[in-house]
Design a protein around this ligand. Structure first.
Ligand code: ACM
Ligand code: ZN
Length: 530
């Protein structure tokens, strides 16, 4: 009698250890452990059912090579009497991102409702393959049936304040893929740099891609500049490469082309599209600036439409982000053309002029079959009829937009700004812009505001983590600020509430350090000190 509880305790411990060894983040909707393990080693066969499955198989092989250092062999058919991995379609298509995994000692079967589902299954499987020794990994027998709670699981990256190479951007996309994030919001233009080649306007990158120097330290404490020219940009070929790399990992790249504010870099190159004609310099410090696009001139819109033509040809994304945030209106107040536009259009104030600007751009994008998305300032002066709203100044913009039946992405500063500190003691941390968004506050975030009815909540497509890089000159700092907060956000966006548990997440995250260390990622380690 006395031995039974001890035995149960022992079985419980083994179960907990192996369950944790699964280590899947975000935690799947349903999983059931079984006895036994599947062994992966160099030469383990990977088979596939269709051409789509073959593409996914190529990805799985690449991922197992990257995270476990094991070379799988791609074959159309398994070899007799040999354990193998198989990818096939065959789950009901109700949810395109759904996947199932069935692991036994003889076979790993990954089934997806679509290619997206298969790719999600691959991310889980890669996380389950525990490296036992060099060249040998084991995946515990398990049945998983899984699909995401939210459709928009986003991560943003500002490449304007600091520039990151194409290969660094691809590494960032690797992290998104590991955590099944499916939107990469690429912030490509801002005051301090224009980062995307536009063939029709070569000065955008030739002039706007470079600033003469950069402010040193925290802006509020210093007015010292480093005197070093800084910049860079992506060619259109590089952009295509990044978009394809992301697409093969079930990630849509949403480009952001900022307007009407945050436009110094563009206006340094083409000052004719400002109110007073310049001259204007590419920004060398952070914040907001008076010089913005002039909506009094039709030529400004033609210029932006040309740019959007090229952008749309590079990015298949339904959504095109046009910024819309933090537009200072001082120049508009003094500009005869802007005032004439307001009079002609019957606009009462400069907020309505901004709304006119955004609506005109929306009409153009809609005409090209695209949807416009912007920061929550696009609500001011009247929301464009079809626009989606990214709520960053808290959640009130998102709530207002959802009530107006507009699609919303939640990205409130608290806790979705990953440029904020991760430790209460700032002296222990690299210099950051401010704030405090530790891992547990990201984990406990709920994107659906209580202020909305169930019906209104359907307009909330999901949420996003934002990585503004004023204080991240190196990609290693981007990694440190993104990881593991991105992992916590992935669980917020994927896992049903009843399956969420912060303690359990931390145990799985500890296991993830093996994967992150293997690829040399720089992640914040506060959770290991608990
Ligand atoms: C923003 O952080 N200005 C959207
Ligand atoms: Zn003007």
């Amino acid at each position: 009698m006395r031995r039974t509880p001890l035995l149960l305790l022992f079985i419980g411990l083994v179960f907990v250890t192996t369950a944790n060894a699964q280590g899947i983040i975000p935690n799947p909707k349903k999983q059931e452990l079984r006895p036994g393990v599947f062994q992966l080693m160099n030469g383990t066969v990977l088979t596939y059912a269709t051409a789509d499955c073959k593409e996914a198989a190529v990805l799985l092989r690449q991922q197992i090579q990257m995270y476990q250092g094991i070379s799988l062999v791609l074959q159309e058919k398994p070899s007799p009497n040999t354990p193998f991995i198989r990818l096939e379609q065959g789950v009901s298509k109700k949810h395109a991102e759904r996947y199932r995994i069935n692991i036994t000692p003889d076979q790993v079967l990954i089934q997806g409702a679509s290619k997206a589902g298969l790719i999600n299954g691959i991310s889980s499987f890669v996380q389950m393959a525990n490296l036992k020794s060099e060249g040998l990994a084991e995946a515990h027998s398990v049945r998983i049936d899984d699909e995401p709670a939210f459709a928009w699981r986003g991560m943003h990256l500002d490449v304007c304040r600091h520039f990151f190479s194409k290969d660094e951007v691809k590494r960032y996309i690797d992290y998104l893929a590991l955590y099944k994030m499916n939107v990469f919001h690429w912030h490509l233009t801002d005051d301090q740099g224009w980062r995307i080649e536009i063939k029709k306007y070569p000065l955008l990158t030739g002039v706007g891609g470079y600033r003469k120097e950069t402010i040193v330290g925290r802006q509020s404490d210093t007015a010292r500049f480093d005197g070093i020219r800084y910049g860079g940009f992506y060619t259109q070929d590089e952009v295509r490469e990044v978009v394809a790399y992301a697409a093969s990992r079930n990630i849509t790249v949403v480009p952001e082309i900022e307007m009407p504010g945050h436009a110094l870099a563009a206006l340094a190159a083409y000052p004719a599209f400002s109110c007073n004609g310049g001259p204007i310099e590419v920004g060398t410090k952070w914040g907001v600036f008076d010089d913005v696009y002039c909506p009094g001139k039709d030529s400004t819109f033609l210029f932006l439409q040309d740019i959007l033509d090229e952008v749309c040809s590079l990015f298949p994304s339904t959504y095109i982000h046009i910024g819309g945030d933090e537009c200072v209106k001082n120049r508009w107040k003094q500009c005869a053309r802007c005032q004439a536009r307001m009079k002609a259009q019957g606009l009462k104030n400069e907020e309505e002029l901004q709304s006119y600007f955004v609506q005109r751009i929306e009409r153009y994008l809609n005409g090209k079959g695209r949807q416009m998305i912007g920061w929550d300032e696009i609500l001011e002066g009247g929301l464009a009829p079809n626009a989606a709203v990214m709520s960053w100044r808290g959640t009130s913009g998102g709530i207002a937009a959802a009530k107006l039946k507009h699609k919303v992405i939640m990205t409130p500063g608290k806790p979705c700004y990953f440029d904020h500190y991760q430790d209460r003691d700032r002296l222990k941390e690299p210099l950051a812009i401010g704030g405090f968004n530790p891992l547990d506050s990201v984990y406990s975030y709920h994107p659906l505001p209580k202020e909305l009815s169930t019906k209104e909540q359907r307009y909330i497509l999901g949420a996003q983590g934002n990585v503004w890089t004023e204080y991240m000159p190196d990609f290693k700092e981007v990694e440190y600020m993104s990881l593991p907060r991105m992992a916590a956000l992935s669980e917020v966006l994927w896992t049903p509430d009843k399956k969420k548990n912060y303690g359990d997440f931390l145990v799985r995250l500890r296991y993830h350090t093996v994967l992150l260390d293997r690829i040399g990622a720089m992640y914040a380690k506060h959770f290991l000190q608990k």
